[in-house]
Design a protein around this ligand. Structure first.
Ligand code: ZN
Ligand code: ZN
Length: 558
């Protein structure tokens, strides 16, 4: 198969954005757990859970596409002076006006480090492109100062932009834990024309020196193993960001392991906390993943027929648990769907778990085992047109048929916008005489939980880290504002909190006593990737595409 070619010549930089464009809500917020949002790698144009590792587009592409006829302009940020001696500069470059494409830069003296380089799937507001990455102009112009890229975990809203971003910012070394590095390696392999990843596997006790900046790590609980928080040392205390996290707790009692992980903050002086706002609207603690594990295991034990579990392929921790539980209960496991297979493969390669030989069988062999000896893990819980479960529902799956008496467990929430597709799929399933269990089906067994902390998890983190300054990240604007209010509820004063936009340049004074927003802004126009080229676009191009999309919608709905 021909590899994607990315033409980097077709790049333009445009910082001009209209006012109404400024707080654009990309509405990608795919939701998990009782209507709470999760990771952007679970959402794409069709809000698919199956996109991990798939190639860019299914639409045939003729060659490099141009981004409209508007002349390419290059506007840069040369007029932003370097930080004054002793100043700490923090620039959220992505993920603060949307859920997705997370990226934050920290600049001290002559050194810049970058945390995460995510992507964000195209939405109705960016029609015609495959995905969007953070605007890296500020970094491109300061390439020689960039010492490292740190990746908190392997979800696409944190690693999805890595190949393209790295090639634009001078290919600095990348640091992350084992599984995340493997996932990046796999993604990088889709871009053979790009230089090799300068990868470095780190663990919690490592201290990395980047120029004059020291960086260390801590482990966090999320839906993918090897998730880590990043700590940047400064003369005035630590800058802390946990990446995506929820607490390992039951009924509000945080586990010993989790307490131990966070105990490093007990005596630490935390200068600044930057943290996730995804679930800031949800009260209480997040449902612990362990309840979902128990729920699924109970169901596998209790159901006396074939079980098909449809889940987000990004929830690797859960998928691995299901494989282990099925194995322990004497069932064979079939993996169906490219991202499902790919992610389990990476987890095995990372030695996160090791199924016995013969536990995982090809789908073609499923019918040669009795129904109560089979569990099938599938993609397609969102009713995506071409995903495995939907094909089974509409009988277009070439290798698999449903049987009366099968049980389908939808181990996911409903991403807003996908309601009708899911209903249609469930109709198709029900017509074939199968039983459907969803996360709202009454009963004891939980089948889904969000990967992000709710309000109580977030408050716990604030209290634990007791920061002097706070910048809410990971969320669209109203979520960041709610997070600011929550921080004030737990005792922070308003002047110590800044709600940023993408490209905001925030500084902490040389004495560590004040945090303020500079009047200049780093370029933050959309950087769009359409599979063959990357570039950002003027509003004109976006509007053209929106009109085109509307026309298409109109004619297809009539
Ligand atoms: Zn995320
Ligand atoms: Zn995540």
């Amino acid at each position: 198969m021909k590899k994607n070619r990315l033409s980097f010549s077709a790049v333009s930089i445009d910082t001009s954005r209209s006012e109404d464009n400024k707080h654009r809500d990309f509405r990608t917020a795919h939701r998990t757990g009782g209507g709470t949002p999760g990771d952007a790698n679970q959402s794409k144009k069709m809000k698919s859970s199956t996109f991990q590792y798939s190639k860019f587009g299914k639409k045939g592409r003729g060659g490099p596409r141009k981004f409209g006829n508007t002349p390419m302009r290059r506007t840069d940020s040369v007029n932003v002076p370097p930080p004054a001696p002793g100043v700490i500069r923090i620039i959220p470059l992505g993920g603060v006006e949307e859920i997705g494409k997370n990226m934050t830069a920290i600049e001290i003296g002559d050194d810049i480090i970058v945390i995460d380089a995510g992507m964000h799937f195209s939405t109705e507001e960016t029609p015609g492109v495959d995905y969007v990455i953070p605007n890296t102009t500020y970094l491109e112009e300061r390439k020689d100062k960039i010492r490292a890229l740190f990746i908190t975990h392997g979800h696409l809203d944190h690693i999805g932009g890595v190949p393209l971003v790295l090639s634009r910012i001078g290919n600095p070394p990348v640091y992350s834990r084992n599984l995340s590095i493997l996932m990046m390696r796999k993604r990088q392999a889709e871009f053979p024309q790009l230089p090799k990843l300068q990868e470095n596997i780190v663990e919690k006790d490592h201290v990395i020196t980047c120029g004059n900046i020291k960086v260390r790590f801590f482990g966090v609980t999320h839906t993918i193993p090897d998730s880590m928080g990043v700590i940047v040392e400064t003369p005035h205390g630590w800058i802390v960001t946990p990446g995506d996290y929820k607490l390992d707790q039951v009924d509000g009692i945080v586990s010993k392991e989790e307490e131990k992980e966070y105990s490093i903050f007990d005596k630490a002086k935390v200068l600044l906390l930057l943290t996730d706002s995804t679930n800031i609207e949800n009260e209480g603690f997040s449902l612990p993943e362990i309840k979902v594990h128990q729920g699924l295991e109970n169901l596998i034990r209790k159901i006396n027929g074939r079980i098909i579990i449809a889940a987000f392929a990004s929830h690797i921790t859960r998928l691995a648990y299901v494989v282990k539980a099925a194995e322990a209960l004497g069932r064979k496991v079939v993996l169906d769907g490219r991202s499902m297979k790919g992610n389990i493969e990476v987890a095995i390669e990372a030695k996160y778990f090791e199924p016995k030989k013969g536990t995982i069988i090809p789908i073609e062999e499923a019918d040669s085992y009795p129904p109560n000896k089979i569990v099938i893990l599938m993609t397609g819980a969102q009713g995506e047109e071409f995903a495995s479960l939907n094909r089974a529902a509409n009988k277009s799956h070439t290798k698999f048929q449903l049987h009366k008496g099968d049980t389908i467990i939808l181990s996911s929430s409903i991403i807003p916008g996908n309601e009708r597709a899911i209903e249609r799929m469930k109709d198709g399933l029900a017509r074939q005489g199968v039983k459907i269990i969803g996360y709202r089906t009454p009963g004891e067994d939980y089948v889904h939980a969000t990967g992000h902390g709710n309000q109580e998890d977030v408050k716990w983190l604030h209290r634990k880290t007791h920061p002097k300054f706070f910048i809410p990240i990971h969320g669209n604007h109203y979520r960041l504002v709610l997070h600011k209010e929550l921080a004030m509820d737990v005792g922070m004063s308003e002047e110590n909190i800044i709600v940023p936009d993408n490209g905001s340049i925030i500084e902490i004074s040389p004495d560590g006593e004040k945090m303020y927003l500079r009047k200049e802004k780093a370029p933050s126009g959309l950087m769009m990737v359409d599979g063959v080229s990357v570039g950002d676009s003027t509003d004109v191009v976006i509007k053209d595409r929106q009109m085109l999309a509307k026309t298409v919608c109109l004619s297809s709905s009539q």
